[in-house]
Design a protein around this ligand. Structure first.
Ligand SMILES: Cc1cc2nc3c(=O)[nH]c(=O)nc-3n(C[C@H](O)[C@H](O)[C@H](O)COP(=O)(O)OP(=O)(O)OC[C@H]3O[C@@H](n4cnc5c(N)ncnc54)[C@H](O)[C@@H]3O)c2cc1C
Length: 399
């Protein structure tokens, strides 16, 4: 199994070129990034800081300024689209697109869901006709009650009120996808927890059938840490073939591993997550190969900070004779992470975009906490980030 991930490939892109990776950051900004990653690198600091921040916000203590000036500024564009403009322009200067991500999670009221929907429509308005924003994105739980989605997945009987509420969810999703299609701006639908994912997948499929007849406008997301990840990709492809539409697929490994395992254990069902990282990696990389093998119908976005997978995709493109900028292949990372991948790929002419989350500080907290968590030394990402930042700081000092 290990062999798949470590299969020898001749790297096409230099991910260790830190000068390119951080060319958009001033010395000051780079030092700040160093400070943030040094902080979250310690699991206990990360846990205490995120817990304290959550509590302080809940108690109404004045910590917003501190959060805004540190992690928020590093991982987010701003609190509004207007405040994110500077980031959009900076990324665009280096041929890195922005994926405008209104990152508010866990809304509860119908009015809140309608407001989220309106905001996502505004991201589409801002993207229309602008190459600097090649995609928009939304999370279903920004527009639907997670408990309702869970009930639907569990095949519970919906009462009249629940039926109406789910119809409203479908209406919101359709409104967004219709506008995306009319503007010719592709829209990504994020993947979430397995116990609410079926209705999300069903809605994504409905929308793809409707709006992807000429090209991939609506993109579903598949998580490859799921043991059924590869099967889901093949099913999605089969559906696209049967109903003659283009499949848009964002491939990710998956962000909710611990939560998934905990719930499975607590409720006594088999974990839906691969038992090892190697198994997830193998599935993910096989998924990339499957997409390119079926490139006549699939447009793929590789949403990953894994250097091997990104490198492997560029090698696959070569094997298939695709130009670096072939519109059927996109590479995507999150703002504030893996700049060495994004900026070096962009320099070589690949299609690259970064999620630029935005929203009120307190509403973006779940997103920030996930980033803090995956950047601890245990998860491994921050050591990689720190290594790159330190290398670049040394390089600049030596100049
Ligand atoms: C552009 C973009 C969009 C994203 N959209 C979504 C989304 O819609 N939904 C979503 O859930 N996530 C999303 N993510 C997050 C993503 O799922 C991963 O959590 C994150 O990117 C880390 O995985 P990686 O491929 O970057 O690299 P790596 O650092 O190589 O992989 C880490 C990942 O591997 C998996 N893993 C780690 N340890 C194990 C283990 N012991 N056993 C099995 N698997 C393991 C986990 O998924 C973990 O997150 C997105 C990420 C990006 C960059």
């Amino acid at each position: 199994m290990r062999e798949f991930q470590t299969m020898e490939i001749v790297p096409k892109v230099h991910f260790n070129d830190t000068a390119t990776a951080f060319s958009y950051k001033t010395d000051q900004q780079l030092k700040k990034a160093h400070f943030i990653f040094s902080l979250v690198n310690h699991p206990w600091v990360s846990a205490v800081a995120t817990g304290a921040a959550r509590l302080a916000l809940a108690l109404g203590l004045p910590v917003k300024g501190l959060i805004r000036a540190t992690v928020f500024e590093h991982f987010c564009g701003g609190e509004t689209i207007a405040q994110s403009e500077k980031t959009i322009q900076t990324l665009s200067k280096f041929h890195v697109g922005t994926i405008l991500d209104y990152s508010v999670e866990g809304e509860k009221s119908e009015a809140g869901f309608d407001a989220s929907c309106e905001e996502i429509l505004r991201t589409l308005d801002r993207s229309r006709g602008h190459q600097s924003i090649p995609f928009c994105v939304f999370k279903m739980t920004g527009m639907a009650d997670a408990a309702l989605l869970e009930k639907i997945q569990a095949k519970g009987t919906l009462n009249e009120d629940e039926k109406t509420r789910f119809q409203h969810v479908r209406d919101r999703v359709e409104k967004i996808c219709a506008r995306a299609a009319s503007y010719d701006v592709p829209i990504l639908i994020d993947a979430e927890e397995t116990w609410i994912q079926n209705p999300i997948d069903q809605l994504a499929t409905e929308m793809m059938r409707k709006f992807n007849t000429k090209k991939a406008i609506v993109f579903t997301t598949i998580q490859f840490y799921r043991t059924d990840g590869l099967a889901k990709l093949k099913e999605a492809y089969h559906d696209a073939t049967m109903h003659n539409y283009f499949l848009g697929v964002k491939m990710v490994r998956g962000a909710y591993m611990e939560k998934e395992r905990e719930r499975a254990e607590k409720m006594g069902y088999a974990s839906p997550i691969h038992p090892t990282k190697e198994a997830t990696d193998e599935c993910f990389n096989k998924g990339l190969a499957f997409c390119l093998d079926n490139k006549q119908r699939i447009t793929v976005m590789c949403g990953s900070h894994n250097e091997y997978s990104n490198q492997y995709l560029s090698v696959l493109m070569d094997k298939h004779g695709l130009a670096n900028n072939d519109g059927r292949v996109w590479f995507a990372q999150l703002l504030g992470m893996s700049d060495n991948i994004s900026f070096n790929l962009a320099k070589e002419g690949y299609n690259v975009a970064k999620y630029v989350p935005y929203g009120p500080v307190e509403a973006v907290m779940p997103y920030l906490i996930r980033r803090a968590h995956e950047n601890t030394s245990v998860a491994g990402q921050s050591s990689r980030e720190l290594g790159m930042i330190r290398k670049e700081l040394r390089r600049r000092k030596g100049k």
